[in-house]
Design a protein around this ligand. Structure first.
Ligand SMILES: Nc1ncnc2c1ncn2[C@@H]1O[C@H](COP(=O)(O)OP(=O)(O)O)[C@@H](O)[C@H]1O
Ligand SMILES: [Mg+2]
Length: 360
């Protein structure tokens, strides 16, 4: 293990290695490996209950793992208490002191580390400037809006110049427009300052928008760890394909393979997909909705339109399908002339076809 850790610490700024965690005998995480580089902004993305907060708390030292190691900046911090790790955490619910002013809240982290009161003013002002809250320094935080409070929480996290910043669903209590503004601001701030950060979210668009790389988690495991475009265009598992973005998804069985492509029989026609699979293999084939279009293509399926949604920037077609299958097509802008109940052909390229073996 020592050899592994030593090797990893030369290459990675943060190295979470072999972490396992049970709660009252129930394993929620086993053999978790997670590593990232200095200056990266990585998201942990996954459904509620998949273990995102657990992993974050173990990294922060707020929870002890049953086994495994956490190495940060070449130092094994597994046994260090949270207050000696120089890791800051921003929580969803802001966790500010309502009776203190904005400046007092931000100074709190510094004071807790023994910084003299007189030495706090400069760093506090600078941290508040970073989040554009310097004009609010003297106000009680209870008088602030949700977005303003979360800016203060970010300032409080940054004022101590942490080696690592952890954010646990920091914007999920904010409405959509404000959330998008905060995402843009946070990303720019972390980039400009070269801060290494882990951002937890269950919102795939948020993860895609803010991150250099995304670890997609499911049931205490990382299913895929990649940059946003790879996750979207080459999802490694059916779970990732479903969780990140939307797609047409048809179950079928491989009927033939020539070693390069496989032919799959589905309820809506034959689909050719890249890759060799033995005949008889149960698979799922799919395509992202904006890569398909009405009319024949290299792959063509026939389906009846279950719905036509004119959303303004795009028009979304939904096919009438059975069971777990799903057929979707997104066309840019407003499209007229397509109607619910009509049969339609949808075509797309073989190269754009996604294929995974069906879960046993
Ligand atoms: N303190 C705890 N006691 C018991 N079970 C817990 C505790 N914390 C988390 N869990 C369980 O561990 C799993 C992962 O939880 P969590 O890390 O909070 O997920 P997420 O943050 O992805 O929603 C869930 O099944 C949850 O119920
Ligand atoms: Mg959580």
């Amino acid at each position: 293990m020592a050899g592994m850790t030593q090797q990893a610490q030369e290459r990675h700024y943060l190295d979470v290695w072999g972490v396992a965690k049970s709660f009252r005998g129930t394993r929620v995480m086993s053999e978790m490996n997670f590593r990232m580089d200095r200056g990266e902004l990585v998201s942990l993305l996954g459904p509620s209950g998949c273990g995102k907060t657990t992993l974050l708390r173990i990294i922060a030292g707020l929870m002890e793992a049953d086994q495994g190691d956490v190495v940060l900046g070449g130092r094994n911090i597994t046994r260090l208490p949270a207050h000696r790790r120089n890791i800051s955490v921003v929580f969803q619910n802001y966790a500010l002191f309502p009776h203190l002013t904005v400046a007092e809240n931000v100074a709190f982290g510094l004071r807790a580390r023994g910084t003299a009161k007189s030495a706090c003013a400069g760093p506090v002002e600078e941290a508040l400037k970073l989040v554009r809250m310097e004009a609010f320094a003297g106000r009680p935080v209870s008088a602030l809006s949700g977005g303003q409070q979360q800016r203060v929480a970010v300032a409080r996290a940054l004022v101590v110049q942490p080696d690592l910043l952890l954010l646990d669903e920091p914007f999920s209590a904010l409405d959509r427009k404000l959330r998008e503004t905060m995402q843009v601001e946070l990303k720019a701030l972390l980039r400009d300052r070269g801060i290494t950060a882990i951002f937890v979210t269950h919102d795939q668009e948020e993860a895609m928008g803010v991150s250099d790389r995304i670890a997609v988690m499911n049931a205490g495991r990382i299913e895929q760890f990649a940059d946003p475009s790879t996750l979207y265009s080459r999802p490694a598992t059916p779970f990732v394909m479903d969780f990140v973005g939307l797609s047409t998804r048809l179950s079928g069985t491989v009927t033939h393979s020539d070693g390069h492509v496989s032919i799959v029989g589905t309820d809506h026609g034959e689909v050719t997909a890249p890759g060799a699979y033995p005949p008889g293999t149960p698979v799922q084939v799919g395509v992202r909705p904006e890569l398909a279009a009405p009319g024949p293509g290299e792959n063509t399926i026939s389906v009846r339109l279950a719905d036509v949604m004119v959303l303004g920037s795009k028009t979304v077609l939904h096919g009438a399908v059975h069971g777990e299958d799903r057929v979707m097509c997104e066309l840019p802008g407003i499209r007229t002339g397509l109607h619910r109940g009509e049969p339609v052909q949808l075509g797309w390229a073989v190269a754009d076809t996604l294929i995974h073996e069906a879960a046993p």
